[in-house]
Design a protein around this ligand. Structure first.
Ligand code: C2E
Ligand code: MG
Ligand code: MG
Ligand code: MG
Length: 292
């Protein structure tokens, strides 16, 4: 009797697990189709130099145009793909599309650094470097040093020795690196010293709370200080208010990105946004002087 019951319980669990698996599989198939049918889009968020107010580049951020009036955010569809080889196909599409867009901007005399987010599984895939080279070869006019790959600090930490070698191989062809969401990945100083990243991106959560929370303020200051010590550039993400911008500027932050400057936008709005952008914030008016 008990044995019978036990077996039924197992069957129940198996069925639920199978249902979960089937749902995930269906979502993945739907996403695969979306990629093939051209429903994925890239929006671009400007990044500005805090001292000059100059727009130096844009970060490509993926969206899924599921139907005429549904634009799905990456947080709602990328996680499913991140456990599947599909993330490599999506990642290569993003790289190709972002570079093609950068070339269109270059044709209009707009010289922008294009930042592309790279998923851990894509970066760690054995074909990553070959794929990157193949995509760059399709656009021989694209200067590789105008391409910046954003990898999560936590990705770089998974296997520092291998990641460092891979980053160096990419840098040998000219490509740059930023460590995204920096401050959340428990980097030790010795790891940071080993990683050849060009830029640190201060995580948005610290910027968000820095004016109310002394610890976050200290953390932001610490990351900016680390960047100076290791001669890396530093970007603050999620800058929403002039007050945050001013404090970041005083701390010596190089670049800023956030809704307070611009939201991510479709590519056809970028040129107009740049030519109408007037950095009227206090921190941008301070010109070339550092206030430290
Ligand atoms: P991330 O790379 O850290 O990108 C920054 C995210 O913060 C973006 O969300 C951006 O829209 C949002 N953001 C920027 N400024 C502000 C601000 O001032 N306030 C607030 N509240 N949010 C701000 P999004 O576009 O939803 O992307 C979320 C994450 O999805 C990205 O975080 C990145 O990790 C991932 N992602 C986006 N596009 C791609 C992609 O093409 N490939 C991969 N592998 N990951 C991507
Ligand atoms: Mg990013
Ligand atoms: Mg980030
Ligand atoms: Mg993030």
């Amino acid at each position: 009797q008990a044995k019978q019951l036990g077996r039924n319980r197992y069957q129940l669990f198996d069925m639920e697990a199978a249902k979960d698996l089937r749902a995930r599989h269906q979502e993945l198939e739907r996403l695969r189709l979306a990629l093939r049918q051209g429903e994925l889009r890239l929006h671009y968020q400007p990044k500005v130099n805090m001292r000059t107010g100059q727009v130096i580049g844009v970060e490509a951020l993926i969206r899924w145009q599921r139907d005429a009036d549904t634009l799905v955010a990456p947080g709602d569809f990328l996680p499913v793909a991140e456990h599947s080889p599909l993330i490599v196909d999506i990642g290569e599409w993003v790289l190709g599309e972002a570079i093609a867009q950068a070339m269109r901007w270059r044709d209009q005399e707009l010289d922008l650094v294009i930042s592309v987010n790279i998923a851990a599984r894509h970066f760690q895939h054995p074909g990553f470097l070959a794929g990157l080279k193949r995509i760059l070869a399709r656009h021989p006019q694209m200067p590789p040093d105008r391409l910046e790959l954003e990898i999560l600090e936590s990705t770089a930490l998974e296997d520092v020795v291998r990641m460092r070698a891979l980053m160096a191989e990419c840098q040998a062809i000219g490509v740059r690196f930023a460590l995204d969401d920096f401050g959340t990945g428990y980097s030790s100083l010795s790891y940071l010293k080993q990683l050849p990243a060009d830029t640190l991106k201060v995580d948005r959560s610290f910027v968000r709370d820095m004016l109310d929370d002394q610890d976050d303020l200290a953390l932001v200051e610490g990351v900016i200080g680390l960047a100076a010590i290791f001669r890396k550039q530093v970007v603050a993400e999620g800058v929403e208010t002039p007050e945050q911008g001013l404090v970041l500027m005083r701390q010596g932050c190089d670049y800023a990105q956030g809704f307070g400057i611009a939201r991510p936008m479709p590519p056809d709005q970028v040129a107009a946004w740049i030519s109408s952008y007037r950095p009227d914030w206090k921190w941008a008016l301070l010109g070339d002087r550092r206030c430290r």
